[in-house]
Design a protein around this ligand. Structure first.
Ligand SMILES: CC(C)(COP(=O)(O)OP(=O)(O)OC[C@H]1O[C@@H](n2cnc3c(N)ncnc32)[C@H](O)[C@@H]1OP(=O)(O)O)[C@@H](O)C(=O)NCCC(=O)NCCS
Length: 152
């Protein structure tokens, strides 16, 4: 199925259980509290669910920055491995970017671990520019801070 055949919507709290059940498998490693329940219970209206016929194909957890109101921030996103390479990840970003732009955000930011080539390639393909920040998340935990303008 193409992105056009999938629906998008915000995340109600009830999506947490579905997302939690697949997150470690879809990422390929334990994600721990990176996928915190607060992104569903408190920030769900900012997040994006994508799927078809009620079945989740991907999720994006994000928010509009309180510190920088013009900044939309993607915390986490994942797509079902069986459905990758069809534009669903880009569709999650487009929907999030559309909503954030409508509420006044002009930039979008996301972090990537330098060694996670899939995440790096994805953001570059979507037109993000990245700057390497050594020790960004603590000693030895470098991150690439990706940004671009909205709309996507
Ligand atoms: C990253 C991820 C969300 C991409 O989802 P996807 O649905 O396969 O992405 P899309 O099909 O929408 O691809 C969009 C663009 O990114 C590129 N891209 C996607 N995965 C890529 C990869 N592994 N390496 C290089 N480029 C990639 C695509 O080629 C496409 O570019 P194009 O438009 O120029 O063809 C998915 O691989 C995933 O869930 N990974 C595990 C979780 C993760 O790492 N999340 C990010 C950190 S929070």
């Amino acid at each position: 199925m193409t992105p056009a055949e999938h629906a998008t919507r915000p995340l109600p709290p009830a999506d947490y259980d579905d997302a939690r059940a697949v997150a470690d498998e879809w990422f390929g490693h334990p994600v721990g509290l990176t996928m915190h329940r607060l992104f569903f219970d408190q920030l769900g209206p900012s997040g994006v669910w994508i799927g078809a016929e009620g079945r989740m194909a991907g999720v994006l957890l994000g928010l509009a920055s309180e510190a920088q109101p013009e900044l939309a921030y993607v915390h986490f996103h994942m797509v079902d491995p069986a459905l990758r390479g069809r534009g669903l990840g880009a569709a999650l970003y487009r929907e999030f970017g559309r909503r954030m732009h409508a509420r006044g955000c002009t930039r979008i930011r996301a972090l990537a671990q330098p060694d996670r080539v899939g995440s790096v390639g994805f953001h570059e393909a979507l037109g993000f520019s990245g700057a390497l920040h050594p020790d960004y998340m603590g000693p030895g935990a470098d991150r690439i801070v990706f940004e671009r303008v909205l709309p996507l």
